[in-house]
Design a protein around this ligand. Structure first.
Ligand code: ADP
Length: 563
């Protein structure tokens, strides 16, 4: 089984520790032996010396008190007999016993005493020489212990040095290799590999590194890399767009916002990208407006103290069964400025044309007067045509002028409590002649005659006039037009119903848009009348509407609040 680095470290430590124990053990063994040897000297030989000297003294004192010192000598001799340690000591002690027995039983001759003394001297000499021999042996043991300890200490030092020099390289070599590898990967050298022929964690690390380098190499040349490149390019394109763009994923997390969008929102990338749009919109009014505003009407944003106009477009991108979206803000300030210039131009031109047209209308009326001169039938017809064209031009100019006022936001209302019936009657009177020309009869359905409503009577009559002119234009000869007034809730409802061709549902919602004319409908109009009507009624706080079905006529109407 492969040893891990940790195991190696601990086995090295264990080895050192074992050596220390071993050397300690050997030293202790020698010291114990030394101590044992010394003990032996003291305990056995030294006691024999004591007994010998005791016997000697007892023998010398027998002259003073024979009985007492014989007993004493006997006890020393007994002790000596029990303490035989050296080779030959037993025989000498036995000889002393024999001579002493003779001495005790009455042989007190000098020669006998001399033999006992000689025996004692031999015991003493024997033990003295044994002490010397053992002392030398102890010295030798001590010297041996010192030698062993020195040798072991030297060996430990040697192992320690080898270990301390070699051990760090066990760690530093792979770390150096890894550092070098990371540096090379940082330099995009994905062919770099670490070669570590080891079976431990470092070996595994080298293998993982090499796998990573291989995958990075593959990744570099794979489609994924191209995809990321495309993403970066797309981001660069989005940033270079003039339109402010904000991208949301299917979970409404903000994916990107280009520089233009960030500038308008007054935010930085870090405040917005990756955040749920709901969260960001809580602290950003413009973003909240963009999310809440469903229509695509132009709106104004003040940027760097300048009013700028934008329209919002939401581009849906289908993704699985959900869809992500991009909110695009188009800067239409330059168009708006052109539009304002156009409106001013139209206002000026219509105003300037109105005076000469009014005077030519007056001249035409004079020409009709018999007092000025007689006209032939043909001339009268031409004059009639001229008058009609003149009237049409005057109407168109009046509509253009109204339109320019509406566009410039210059509608000035003169609101007063007026009778609803008088408004309708005024409008009907204005179109009676035209209605007569087509034998059209106008029916009045007024719920009551005393309904009052706050309104600008001139503008409201203008709207009713527009409804009636359209109804007459689109009604068949001898048709019936119904003008109704009724109260609904707290509003007064005005409506004009005709028996004309009606409008298909596909166009009915568009008739209030500027310059819109139902395809195939009668020529001659500007497509502005209903758009202006809508603006005027809404300015009065009312609502304009149409109910129609193809083939069954139209009902145009509006409701004005009663305050
Ligand atoms: P115009 O000057 O063309 O009448 P309007 O804004 O008044 O402009 O009307 C817009 C269009 O709506 C007309 O061109 C016509 O096609 C259609 N329209 C308006 N009133 C009626 C109606 N009563 N019956 C059928 N179509 C109508």
């Amino acid at each position: 089984m492969a040893l891990t680095v940790k195991q190696k470290i601990s086995s090295g430590t264990f080895f050192l520790f074992a050596l220390l124990l071993l050397s300690g053990g050997v030293s202790i063994y020698h010291l114990v032996r030394l101590q044992n040897d010394s003990k032996e000297i003291l305990k056995d030989n030294y006691e024999s010396l004591n007994y010998g000297h005791g016997m000697q003294r007892s023998l010398d004192s027998t002259a003073i008190d024979r009985k007492r010192y014989l007993l004493q000598l006997d006890s020393f001799l007994k002790l000596q007999e029990a303490n035989i340690t050296e080779p030959g000591e037993k025989e000498i002690t036995a000889a002393i016993r024999k001579e002493f027995t003779g001495f005790r039983s009455g042989d007190s001759s000098l020669s006998n005493m001399e033999r006992i003394k000689a025996g004692i001297q031999q015991v003493l000499a024997l033990n003295m020489s044994a002490i010397r021999a053992k002392s030398e042996k102890a010295n030798r043991t001590a010297e041996n212990a010192l030698t062993y300890i020195s040798l072991i200490a030297g060996f430990i030092l040697l192992v320690g040095f080898t270990f301390s020099f070699n051990f760090p390289s066990v760690l530093t070599t792979p770390i150096k290799a890894l550092t070098e590898g990371i540096r090379e990967i940082g330099l995009k050298n994905y062919n770099y590999r670490i070669h570590l022929d080891r079976k431990d964690e470092f070996g595994e690390m080298a293998r993982a590194f090499n796998e990573m380098a291989e995958r990075l190499g593959y990744f570099e040349s794979s489609d994924l890399n191209k995809l990321i490149f495309e993403k970066t390019r797309a981001e660069a394109v989005i940033n270079s767009l003039k339109e402010a763009s904000i991208g949301l994923d299917k979970n409404n997390i903000i994916l990107f916002a280009n520089n233009q969008a960030l500038q308008l929102l007054g935010l930085q990338v870090k405040d917005i990208v990756g955040q749920p749009v709901e969260e960001v919109s809580k602290r950003n009014d413009l973003l909240r407006f963009l999310l809440e505003e469903k229509g695509n009407m132009p709106f104004k944003i003040v940027v760097d103290n300048r009013e700028k106009y934008f329209t919002k477009e939401v581009v849906e991108i289908s993704q699985d069964d959900a869809s992500s979206k991009v909110i695009v803000l188009r800067n239409i300030t330059s168009f708006k400025e052109l539009d304002v210039a156009k409106t001013n131009f139209i206002a000026t031109i219509s105003h300037e044309l109105k005076t000469p047209l009014a005077s030519s209308d007056f001249s035409l009326k004079l020409l009709e007067d018999e007092r000025i001169g007689h006209l032939s039938g043909e001339q009268k017809q031409l004059l009639q045509n001229l008058k009609q064209d003149n009237q049409r031009m005057l109407r168109i100019l009046s509509e253009l002028l109204n339109m320019s006022q509406v566009e410039a936001g210059k509608i000035q209302l003169d609101i007063m409590e007026v009778s609803a019936v008088s408004l309708a009657e005024n409008a009907i009177n204005n179109v009676l002649t035209t209605a007569k020309e087509k034998n059209i009869s106008i029916q009045k359905e007024y719920e009551s005659n005393d309904q009052k409503v706050p309104a600008d009577s001139e503008k409201t009559v203008w709207v009713l006039n527009n409804f009636l002119s359209n109804a007459i234009k689109h009604s068949p000869e001898q048709g019936i037009i119904k003008v109704a007034i009724k109260k609904t809730g707290n509003t007064v409802e005005f409506s004009v119903t005709d028996q004309g061709p009606g409008i298909s549902s596909e166009y009915s919602a568009k008739v209030f848009e500027r310059f819109f004319k139902v395809p195939g409908s009668k020529a001659g109009g500007t497509g502005l009348g209903l758009a202006i009507s809508k603006e005027l009624i809404e300015a009065e706080g009312g609502k304009i509407w149409v109910r129609t079905e193809i083939g069954s006529g139209c009902t145009f109407g509006f409701n004005l609040p009663q305050g």
